[in-house]
Design a binder for this molecule. Structure first.
Ligand code: FMN
Length: 451
């Protein structure tokens, strides 16, 4: 079979466009109504998407007055979506900086059991500066420290997921043996940040470990992804930078001793689709007209760790000097580079930049016909820029429905995308191996596996 595309549906607000929540075509359901998430997942499952994804931030955004930014806690949502679907993979963000490894290992193992093997964790270190103040912290943990702590976090959760051997559970009523205690063992982890005795208090989950997803793009973030991630989300506005990222991450994964085919690269794509290009562009303009530049200005400030952009006029062309050096930003460093590169290339004014970021926050936003969107996907897929896409419809559910009804059939006719699921678990959809348990491996081998 020819190499197959992977498609993830990124569910965000009533669509990825900043103004989607107030557009008349977006969902009438409240963003706290679980049916909204269940129905979107069911629609994505009907057209054989690999997975859905829910992002998360650990603080309320400052622009809540004019932007729909409240959301339900994602792991809780996954449980509710799991029981409303059968095949589609379920990915949620959780931060290594603001939770304990034992909690997280338990929560994702539970989702994997509840969904019969469809759970995945998007590992983030939390770039939003205000999150720290909700967790007793004095200030934001630095970029470097977040990743150092994240490394140890990964060691601990992997040991916890492996703390029950595959054959530990007997559940035999006749003999009265529920579990073989000799096949369950503590982890006794004592590190710089965590001390965790273990074992986990539940049997090994159906996928062995949940699928690991990551989205760091800085040098440190890429190193982390190469060691741990099985799928990688990333934001690019040009094919050339996506190709560079793709090649670099595959190379780094190989250098870590991993098969590069087992690290899927999924760039974001936010397509506004209509039957003609002119109509798609008109729709994009129509949604853009609902945005408020002052909301965009505050979001930009958040992206740059709180930097003050209030003095910048809206209609003067920007230059890279108008922004702080990305190396000094403690937030999401790679996205600041995407933004500065866009300014350098397009010579955009602040109004134009904010208009662009309103589309999908720095991901690739485009408007076109189903044929044009399918061509773009195929081009990036065959030209070393992507193994699939993180689909970010600008308006939900209407633009997801158009993508499903018009773009997916083209991809299927071209033999690029499945017409049926081949398996039931997310590892099967993604073509990933089952992680070998470290249970019976000597400790040194376990450490190697953790790498
Ligand atoms: C598609 C996508 C989804 C992301 N979701 C989250 C999220 O839910 N929460 C979060 O704190 N960061 C999220 N991030 C940010 C990344 O985790 C990471 O901080 C960012 O890409 C910058 O990486 P860097 O710190 O290595 O530069 C996401 C990034 C991408 C590309």
């Amino acid at each position: 079979m020819t190499r197959q595309l992977h498609l993830n549906l990124f569910i965000h607000s009533r669509g990825h466009h900043e103004a989607s929540w107030r557009h008349p075509d977006s969902s009438p359901l409240a963003l706290t109504d679980i049916r909204y998430y269940q129905e979107l997942a069911q629609r994505a499952e009907a057209t054989k998407f690999d997975s859905i994804f829910l992002a998360d931030q650990l603080a309320l955004g400052g622009e809540v007055a004019q932007a729909a930014r409240t959301w339900l806690e994602p792991i809780t949502v996954l449980a509710a979506v799991a029981v409303a679907t059968e095949r589609i993979g379920l990915i949620a963000t959780c931060s290594t900086t603001y939770t304990e490894p034992f909690n997280l290992a338990r929560q994702f193992a539970s989702i994997d059991h509840i969904s019969n093997g469809r759970a995945a964790w998007n590992i983030v270190t939390s770039w939003l500066a205000t999150a720290a103040s909700n967790f007793g912290g004095e200030g934001q943990v630095s970029h470097a420290d977040r990743y150092t702590r994240g490394e140890e976090f990964m060691t601990v959760v992997k040991k916890l997921w492996d703390s029950w051997a595959d054959d530990a559970l007997i559940d035999d009523r006749a003999s009265g043996v529920y579990a073989r205690a000799d096949r369950i063992r503590p982890i006794d982890h004592r590190g710089d940040f965590y001390r965790v005795a273990g074992p986990l208090n539940m049997p090994r989950c159906p996928q062995g470990r949940p699928v690991l997803v990551q989205a760091g793009s800085s040098d440190t973030g890429r190193g982390f992804a190469a060691r741990h991630a099985e799928a990688v989300f990333t934001a690019h506005v040009e094919k050339a930078t996506a190709q560079e990222f793709y090649a670099d991450l595959k190379r780094r994964a190989a250098a870590e001793g991993r098969d590069p085919a087992h690290v899927l690269i999924l760039p974001g794509l936010s397509p506004m689709i209509a039957s003609t290009e002119a109509e798609a562009q008109r729709l994009a303009r129509e949604v853009n007209e609902l945005t408020d530049p002052e909301v965009g200005r505050r979001r930009l400030s958040n992206r740059f760790g709180g930097h003050d952009f209030s003095h910048l006029p809206l209609d003067r062309p920007l230059s890279p000097e108008d922004f702080p050096d990305p190396g000094s930003v403690e937030a999401a460093r790679s996205r600041t580079e995407v933004i500065i590169n866009y300014v350098r290339r397009e010579k955009a004014t602040l109004r134009q930049l904010l208009g662009y970021l309103a589309g999908a926050r720095g991901h690739f936003a485009t408007a076109g016909t189903p044929e044009q969107i399918a061509d773009l996907i195929e081009d990036w897929f065959i030209d070393g820029a992507a193994d699939g896409f993180n689909i970010m419809p600008p308006l939900l559910p209407v633009q997801l429905d158009l993508f499903s009804a018009e773009v997916i059939p083209i991809l299927q006719r071209r033999g690029l995308f499945r017409t049926e699921y081949q398996g039931t678990m997310l590892r099967e959809h993604y073509g990933l191996p089952w992680p070998a348990s470290d249970f019976d491996a000597p400790t040194e081998a376990a450490a190697l596996h953790d790498a």
